[in-house]
Design a protein around this ligand. Sequence first.
Ligand SMILES: Cc1cc2nc3c(=O)[nH]c(=O)nc-3n(C[C@H](O)[C@H](O)[C@H](O)COP(=O)(O)OP(=O)(O)OC[C@H]3O[C@@H](n4cnc5c(N)ncnc54)[C@H](O)[C@@H]3O)c2cc1C
Length: 314
Amino acid sequence: MNREEEYDCIIVGGGIAGLQGAIQLGRYKHRTLVIDKGVGRSTLCQCYHNVLGWPDGVSGPELRRLGRLQAERLGVQFMNDEVSGLSAEEDGFKALTKQGRKELKTATILLATGLMDRFPQLPGLEECLGLTVYVCPDCDGYEVSGKRTIVLGAGHVGASMALTLSYWSQELVYINHESHQSAVSTDLLEQLKEKGILMVDQAIAEVLVTETGDFSGVRLTDGKVIEGERGFIAFGGNKVQSELAAQLGVERLENRHISADPRSKMTNVPGVWAAGDVGVHAEQVTIAMGEGSQAAIWIHKELLKRQQKQPALH
Ligand SMILES: Cc1cc2nc3c(=O)[nH]c(=O)nc-3n(C[C@H](O)[C@H](O)[C@H](O)COP(=O)(O)OP(=O)(O)OC[C@H]3O[C@@H](n4cnc5c(N)ncnc54)[C@H](O)[C@@H]3O)c2cc1C
């Protein structure tokens, strides 16, 4: 194997956490490879509204484009592929990819694989994501202030989202899209009633979008139209992409998020770090960025220690 196929760090996932980690590792001049399969939460979100420096918002794809450019300028390499396997080797790890053109060896790994939201493939939905239909109340609750808002969801997850949003909007409708399999408890029903939130037990056929691309409501499977100015999705069952971590014996919580050391972001497996939504945190861009940097700083310390360039900086 030639030297180009050996890295100081392989970052699995080129979303927000992975890119920020890559920029930091590039600035330490470590041989870094980012492998990314191309679809994540940051490719879905068409506008982040709560990121420092972007008062008018920035789209996930644009942030990724800029992040990749910045990392590439620092010598970080990129591969468009899916990591299908990770295994421990003497002095490091081996990564296998789906296209599998090369055997990739690395001293350390940063897992930044994120999670994927579960939502039905409804016509009109994806084009509104991040713009007028949101997923995270901490990120975008503000955007529904004083606006008639429809929660597209399932069972208690959707009901709880509607209750959370009542902090910002007083005109809320909750559509329980999966009412046939996801009932809402009497207690939650009572709370919805108290807040004046209308609940509709009917599947959604399509999301209605104006000519200018804004959410304007939903059409139900019985043909009825419910109008709204903003939407929120809350179907539950999001998929944490931590299978690779399990292959390496990395500790995961019951909900499959990776638990890492709060100070260094290193997992229980020496040489393996985790950052971003795959870890345990508030699932936000700025936090994913922070964790990416934090992990990279500690990966650098570890690489220095291994190279015996200077004593460990603990
Ligand atoms: C619709 C929507 C709106 C949002 N709005 C906001 C907002 O307004 N403000 C905010 O702060 N946050 C928002 N978020 C959340 C934000 O997008 C995430 O917190 C952020 O993207 C997390 O970054 P990440 O790097 O952990 O994961 P991601 O950005 O999802 O990146 C993970 C990457 O890993 C790759 N990957 C996964 N597995 C593999 C594999 N085996 N091999 C190779 N690559 C792999 C994926 O392709 C993906 O590119 C929103 C999310 C969504 C879906």
